[in-house]
Write a protein that binds this ligand. Structure first.
Ligand SMILES: [Zn+2]
Length: 86
């Protein structure tokens, strides 16, 4: 499957859009599986390492933000300051 993709489309799709010719090394899910994407040909694109890395970081950042919004209520407790006094 991996070989098939690169045989069909050996160049990084993201770079090609910018007019660059870069050999693809990563098989990327256009819509990440975590975001409801399917593991099918139509949702898979060839990317070079750099484009894939940048895309995964953006996806991870989105995922982290999503996870964080669920943990909002456990905000840091304020350190009890200015409590002393005689
Ligand atoms: Zn690229």
């Amino acid at each position: 499957m991996r070989a098939q993709l690169f045989m069909r489309e050996p160049l990084c799709r993201s770079c090609a859009r910018l007019g660059r010719v870069v050999l693809a090394t990563e098989r990327d899910h256009i819509i990440p599986l975590e975001e409801g994407g399917k593991d099918v040909d139509a949702n898979v694109q060839p990317l070079c390492f750099d484009c894939h890395d940048a895309k995964s970081k953006a996806e991870r950042a989105r995922g982290v933000r999503r996870a964080w919004s669920g943990y909002r209520e456990s905000d840091d407790q304020q350190p009890a300051q200015g409590e002393g006094g005689n």
